[in-house]
Design a protein around this ligand. Structure first.
Ligand code: GLU
Ligand code: MG
Length: 583
């Protein structure tokens, strides 16, 4: 979940005193990296996935399933058996927010050849086998996005009671602090988010109503001091802790681009796919033991780390804070980064004007400068006493501090100082699936998509406000089959990504509805294309203006065709609804 420093964490009062210092040096660190590496070219495609896991105990005797809070020990054992003794070990393990979570990645990045796609599922299996082998009997490693009974009484092993008193880190009525990873980063983030915000986080998820659900659905919380009663909405499942969001699991993919321009182009193109692939992967309908009316974790995590004050959220006039901020730190992106995207930046972007000017005068272009100046409107949330004065030439922790606590759908990642890693882009919206086969299918699909975008110079960009509307639709129950999403009509006719800074003349927002560059489509149409049927011929697919990615199948070399066909077939089936149109 981001940068891990060792040391003594500062509380919110101390942290805020260093906020300007950290921002100032974070920008210097960014500029140092940028100036050294802006012209770096011809990096090859390398990429990797991240899978987050939960440790679960199945207690057959009591007929209970609980989360096991020994992620710390499991992680230490896995690292001791793996990377600590063998630098070429095929898996890497990292901590995650929950003390019942771990995160696994391949030991080395995958390379750019098609045959690497054949190895993804195998590596995921290896990870599952390896971690499973160090668990106790009855424990299992689960790739489940949201544990259905997270926050219900007795959901952990060992069992702990939540501590809704001021000494607690989350002060939750439901989520005990022991379920938070013991590394101080995680509890510090939790406490500082709450203190910065001035109250507990508030998460309200609409309840799914069947004939047995009371209407209105209103809960009472015996240990509430009044805060929950004020925050909980009727007909919603109320949650009050960072763990309800960051304690969920996801599936992420990071790619190294060949240059900074390619990274910026892919960042923009993939941003439009975030809601689509998120809905396609939606896997989290249950919260705090209830059935909800959504099936995606996104809004839950977004609210779970929303550290904005009432002023910043627009509930009170600005007095002690500098900005009105429209989104949580965990949210969709707010600006495109490439010349192709520039004209489609149509949402309000709050930026730190001073930082913006400083970046411009240091030679950074407008789009990149506003991106960084937007990330830097946030305060640092977790600062370690020993890590305040750094060597800005050779370290980037202050930059990473803000970068890694802006949890957006896409992340544009500059190379770390003194490494051979290039400019990278991370795709972050996907929900994790139950099996390695499914997770491999999503990961491979996204990587294939980047190759197709680059080879065919495709353009999927639509106004960012429409991407945000898609994000809302994507989280509704069964959006994968019922949702309609804005999607570009002609993906060949957009910007020419020569990556030289010139956008093509065809670009632009057209106001005349009929001539809009985008239209509403189902995910079936986006993924599978339009199926036309005539009684005299077999069903045929047309890759006309509503072509489907199903036809990605056509571009595979034979030695990896089978596995890719299986993956794409699975994704295609997930939304497949056959439409018959008479010819
Ligand atoms: N677990 C978080 C999610 O479900 C992501 C944390 C991370 O960035 O690694 O989106
Ligand atoms: Mg993670």
């Amino acid at each position: 979940m981001g940068l891990l420093s060792q040391g003594s964490p500062l509380n919110w009062e101390e942290t805020r005193k260093y906020a300007d210092h950290i921002r100032k040096h974070g920008i210097i660190q960014f500029l140092n990296i940028y100036n050294k590496l802006k012209d770096r070219q011809k990096d090859v495609l390398k990429w990797g996935d991240e899978v987050e896991y939960m440790l679960v105990e199945f207690d057959d005797k009591d007929e209970k399933v609980r989360l096991v809070l020994n992620g710390g020990d499991v992680l230490a054992t896995l690292q001791d058996q793996g990377e600590n003794i063998n630098p070429n070990h095929p898996t890497l393990w990292r901590p995650e927010y929950g003390s019942y979570m771990i995160e696994g990645t391949p030991g080395q990045p995958y390379g750019g050849t098609m045959s690497e796609f054949n190895t993804v599922e195998g590596n995921m299996r290896k990870r599952r086998r390896e971690a499973s082998s160090v668990l106790n009997p009855r424990e299992t490693l689960c790739t489940v996005t949201a544990f259905p009974r997270l926050g219900c009484p007795g959901f952990t092993k060992p069992e702990y009671r939540p501590t809704p008193v001021e000494t607690g880190v989350s002060k939750s009525l439901f989520f005990p602090d022991e379920a938070i990873n013991r590394h101080p980063r995680f509890s510090t983030l939790t406490r500082n988010i709450r203190h910065r915000r001035g109250e507990k986080v508030v998460i309200n998820v609409p309840i799914f109503k069947d004939k047995c659900t009371p209407s209105p659905f209103v809960e009472e919380f015996p240990e509430d001091d009044g805060e929950a009663a004020r925050a909980a909405l009727p007909d919603h499942i109320y949650m009050d802790a960072m763990g309800f969001g960051m304690g969920n699991c996801c599936l992420q993919v990071t790619f190294q681009a060949c240059s900074i321009d390619e990274a910026r182009y892919l960042y923009d193109q993939l941003a439009t796919f975030c809601p689509i692939v998120m809905a396609l992967s939606a896997a989290s309908p249950f919260y705090r033991g209830h059935v909800s009316d959504i099936d995606c974790r996104w809004g839950v995590i977004s609210a779970s780390v929303d550290d904005r004050t009432q002023e910043e959220r627009g509930l009170k006039p600005l007095k002690n804070n500098k900005y009105r901020i429209f989104k949580s730190r965990y949210d969709s992106i707010d600006s495109y980064l490439s010349c192709c995207g520039e004209k489609y930046n149509d949402i309000d972007l709050t930026i730190d004007e001073e930082i913006y000017k400083q970046l411009l005068s240091a030679g950074i272009d407008k789009l990149l400068a506003q991106h960084i100046a937007h990330l830097f409107i946030r305060d640092p949330l977790s600062v370690f006493e020993e890590k305040i004065h750094l060597d800005d030439e050779n370290e980037s922790d202050h930059f990473e501090n803000l970068q890694s606590t802006n949890w957006q759908t896409m992340r544009f990642k500059p190379p770390p100082p003194n490494s051979d890693i290039g400019w990278r882009v991370e795709f972050r919206p996907m929900e994790v699936q139950l099996t390695d086969f499914e997770n491999a299918a999503y990961v491979v699909f996204v990587v294939l998509l980047t190759r197709v975008i680059l080879s065919y110079k495709l353009d999927f960009i639509i106004p960012l406000s429409k991407v945000d509307e898609n994000m809302k639709v994507a989280q509704k129950r069964n959006a994968v089959q019922e949702g309609m999403f804005y999607f570009r009509k002609d993906i060949f006719k957009g910007c020419n990504p020569v990556l030289d800074g010139t956008a093509s003349a065809q670009n632009g927002l057209e106001s005349d509805g009929a001539n809009e560059e985008y239209t509403l489509m189902s995910i079936d149409t986006i993924i599978n294309g339009k199926v036309s049927y005539s009684p005299m011929s077999v069903p045929s697919m047309t890759w006309s203006c509503q072509r489907g990615f199903f036809l990605l199948k056509g571009v595979f070399p034979s030695h990896c065709r089978q596995v890719l066909e299986d993956y794409l077939g699975f994704l295609s089936d997930r939304v497949f609804t056959l439409e018959y149109t008479e010819h």
